[in-house]
Structure formats: structure tokens, C-alpha cells
Design a protein around this ligand. Structure first.
Ligand code: AMP
Ligand code: MG
Length: 418
């Protein structure tokens, strides 16, 4: 296996990802899921021409010589059916959303009118036919496809689904994700404090990264660096009855106590790569079984999170049916120069600000060591330095992958070379 770039590794992962099955969920539980089928309107909306304003429905021809004085023949509220036809010299008081009566071809808002003592109304200005009328079917036509398969269910989409009376919706099943941490040095969150140990943060950071995608993962715990114990844990995580995706943190490097890769292979996992030309995150592995995916994420806390962002996130989103797989990127100017060793795509943790001209300015969150989790925790985004580059000057434009938003896009938004 030659040197694998981030983009090629992402493509290799996505080649092995298939959509989950379709399930039906109640509308109240559909937020954040992805439509598995197109949805059609089951009615015209609005069902007839309705008023867009509180005002008077009238004949626009009557206003040719405004101001005009008209006789009010009816009072029409939303939900009413008008009884009378509006003839020359007449109008009907009408509320927003109420049906426009026969004979009327325009609405004038109440602010442009004045009630007279004799009950008639004076209209102060002329309007064209169609003024302030929402025509039948303006929002949607009966039978029209209003939402296509692959649409993410946002609050607005929930509103549309309720409009077409979709009490249940067909969505893709969420992948079931297991998380395993490995390492003799690790101390569990519930274990007593031991100054010689390293707290297991990866299980929880990964848990939260998965939760942020609307998936509730299962934490399998900590496996010691012992091939037999590791195999027992991995078998649980690879069980097709329970999980679609297994995330293993640590032990995927080439040290003599890094047993993850050989143990996965012994359990029948086909490994597709185990190194990617990136920093942080070089020792990242990906394999598949007949039914599921396994990611071997580096133990270093920042590397683990960055590799999740590049490889696991797009895979989970595709499994759920999303069309937009990747974090949104923007172009920012560097607040300071960045020097790096060329050869690997570098992800630098940055905060973003706006300069006086409104342009985005990126500055490093500080210590960029792959163990310095705070630099990741406080970052707005990952600034991507292409593999061929040895650095960027202050003021140079650079691509930043946003970490804090809920915005996603179709393509990764960066290339390996400048
Ligand atoms: P490894 O990939 O197993 O060689 O681990 C690389 C570094 O990451 C070591 O310093 C580990 O102590 C640290 N590390 C591994 N797993 C975790 C974890 N679950 N939480 C925090 N740090 C970890
Ligand atoms: Mg280890």
C-alpha cells in the first residue's frame, strides 16, 4: 500500500458504506433524520385564494379614481366561507387567511382605509388586481413532490411534513455504533484517581462526536494491551446483531504492544488501510466485515477526534442517508505564519474572528501537539494545510473546516495540493 492521502482514504471508506434500511418513525421523533422516500403534497395549499392581510376584499376597478367610498357587505374571518358576491361599489371586510369572496379581485390592507360614520369605508389608494391575495396552491399543489429522498429533517421540514399530514415518516435507520478504548495506562471515569495513569478521554470525546450526529453509541469500556482480552472486546463490537460500526481508540500504531490490527485481521476483518498521510492522525486504520465497518483511531486525543471528523463522520452520515457528508469549509486569512513539514495534510486547530473589513481571520489555538486536547476543545475549526505545502504566510488564504456548526456540504472542500 503506497502513501494514502486524506482524500483517497475518505473515498476508500465511502466505497464500503451502504445506506441503512428504512424504518418508519413518528413525526415527533423525526428531527435530524433523513427522508428515505419522496413526500408528496396531499392537498392544494392554500386551498383557495385567500387574503394575505387584514383589510377589505374589493374590485380593483372600483379604485380607478381613488379615494373611493365602498359599502361593506360582509365580514369574512379565517375559516369562514363567504356568502355574498362583491359587486361594483361594494367590498367585504376580510381577515388574513380568509377566502376571497366571488367578485373581488384584490385586497387592500386596513391601514390604507378609513371607516366612515355611516358604516361605509373610504379606500385611500388604488391597487392592482391580485393585490395581497395568496392564490390557490401558492405553497404547494396537490400531488406535487414537496420533499425528495435524502432531505435532512430540519424544523422547517417538520412543518412541511405536518402540512401534508405525514404523522409517520420513512427514514434510514441510524447506524449502531460501539466505542472501545485500548491501553494498559488508561484509567476509567469511574475508577479511583491514580497519578501514574492516563484518564480515558477518547471514549467520551468520541461518544459526543457520535451523539452530535444524532446517534447514541454504546461504550464497551477499556481493553488492556493483551491480545486475548482485546479479542474478547473486539468480538463484542463486531457482532452484527448489535453494531454496524466499531470505533477502536489506540493500539493501531506499529509498537510491539499495538495489537489492534493483527487481532482485527485474526477475527476476519479485511483491512483497507492503516496509515494516512495526515498530521495529526497518521496511524488511522479502516476495515470491513461482511456487514460492518471498523475504524482504528489513534490513541492521541486530538488525533482521535480529527480522524473521526475526516473518516467516521462522512461514513455515519452516508449510512443515515445524508447527501451532504462533509463539514462545511470556508476560506480564512491566517493571522500569523504557519510552518510545517511537507508530506502530510496538516490540520491546525484555529479560532475564527472577523477583521475590520468583515473577512475571516484564523489563528492557532496554541500548542498543536496531538496530545493537547484543549487546543481541539477550544477550536472553531481545522485549518487544512495541503500535503505539498511547507507552510503559509500571514495573510494567506486557507481552507478551514468548521467544527462548531451544524452545516454540512457535498464535497470535502479542500485538495491535497495547492
Ligand atoms: P496509542 O495509539 O495506543 O499508541 O496511544 C497514543 C497516546 O494516546 C498515548 O499517550 C496514550 O496514553 C494516549 N491514549 C490512548 N488511548 C487514550 C484514551 N482512550 N484517552 C486518552 N488518551 C489515550
Ligand atoms: Mg496504546
Amino acid at each position: 500500500m503506497g502513501n494514502l492521502s486524506v482524500r483517497d482514504a475518505q473515498a476508500r471508506v465511502l466505497e464500503h458504506v451502504t445506506l441503512r434500511d428504512i424504518e418508519s418513525v413518528k413525526l415527533a421523533h423525526a428531527l435530524g433524520r433523513v427522508l428515505a422516500e419522496a413526500v408528496r403534497a396531499n392537498r392544494d395549499q392554500p386551498p383557495c385564494d385567500v387574503s394575505a392581510m387584514d383589510g377589505f376584499a374589493l374590485r380593483s376597478a372600483d379604485l380607478a379614481e381613488a379615494p373611493a367610498v365602498l359599502t361593506v357587505i360582509e365580514d369574512i374571518k379565517a375559516g369562514d366561507r363567504p356568502v355574498n358576491t362583491v359587486h361594483a361599489g361594494e367590498c367585504a371586510r376580510i381577515m388574513t387567511g380568509a377566502p376571497v369572496p366571488a367578485g373581488a379581485d384584490a385586497v387592500i390592507r386596513v391601514e390604507d382605509t378609513r371607516a366612515l360614520a355611516d358604516g361605509r369605508v373610504e379606500i385611500s389608494k388604488a391597487v392592482k388586481a391580485g393585490n395581497d391575495i395568496r392564490p390557490l396552491g401558492e405553497g404547494m399543489r396537490n400531488g406535487q413532490v414537496v420533499l425528495t429522498a435524502g432531505t435532512e429533517i430540519t424544523p422547517g421540514v417538520i412543518g412541511v411534513l405536518a402540512t401534508v399530514k405525514a404523522a409517520r415518516v420513512s427514514v434510514h435507520r441510524r447506524p449502531r455504533v460501539a466505542i472501545l478504548s485500548t491501553g494498559n495506562e488508561l484509567e476509567g471515569l469511574d475508577e479511583p484517581f491514580d497519578p501514574d495513569k492516563i484518564p480515558n478521554s477518547n471514549s467520551y470525546a468520541l461518544m459526543a462526536q457520535v451523539q452530535a450526529l444524532g446517534i447514541e453509541p454504546v461504550l464497551l469500556g477499556i481493553a488492556r494491551d493483551d491480545p486475548r482480552e482485546l479479542a474478547d472486546f473486539l468480538r463484542r463490537g463486531l457482532d452484527p446483531a448489535d453494531f454496524d460500526v466499531l470505533l477502536v481508540s489506540g493500539g493501531s500504531s506499529v509498537g510491539v504492544h499495538d495489537h489492534v490490527r493483527p487481532t482485527l485481521e485474526a477475527l476476519g476483518v479485511s483491512m483497507h488501510f492503516w496509515r494516512v498521510e495526515m498530521r495529526p492522525g497518521h496511524p488511522v486504520a479502516f476495515g470491513t466485515t461482511t456487514h460492518g465497518l471498523v475504524f482504528g483511531l489513534p490513541g492521541n486525543p486530538v488525533s482521535s477526534m480529527v480522524c473521526f471528523e475526516q473518516f467516521v463522520l462522512p461514513a455515519l452520515r452516508r449510512m443515515m442517508g445524508h447527501a451532504r457528508l462533509f463539514r462545511r469549509t470556508l476560506t480564512a486569512r491566517l493571522a500569523h505564519p504557519v510552518r510545517i513539514r511537507p508530506g502530510r495534510t496538516e490540520f491546525i486547530r484555529v479560532v475564527l474572528e472577523r477583521d475590520a473589513a468583515g473577512a475571516c481571520l484564523a489563528s492557532s489555538t496554541g500548542n498543536q501537539s496531538s496530545g493537547a486536547l484543549l487546543s481541539m476543545a477550544l477550536a472553531d475549526g481545522l485549518l487544512v494545510v495541503p500535503a505539498a505545502s511547507s507552510g503559509l504566510a500571514a495573510g494567506e488564504p486557507a481552507v478551514v473546516q468548521l467544527l462548531d456548526g451544524t452545516e454540512f456540504q457535498n464535497e470535502p472542500g479542500f485538495e491535497e495540493s495547492l
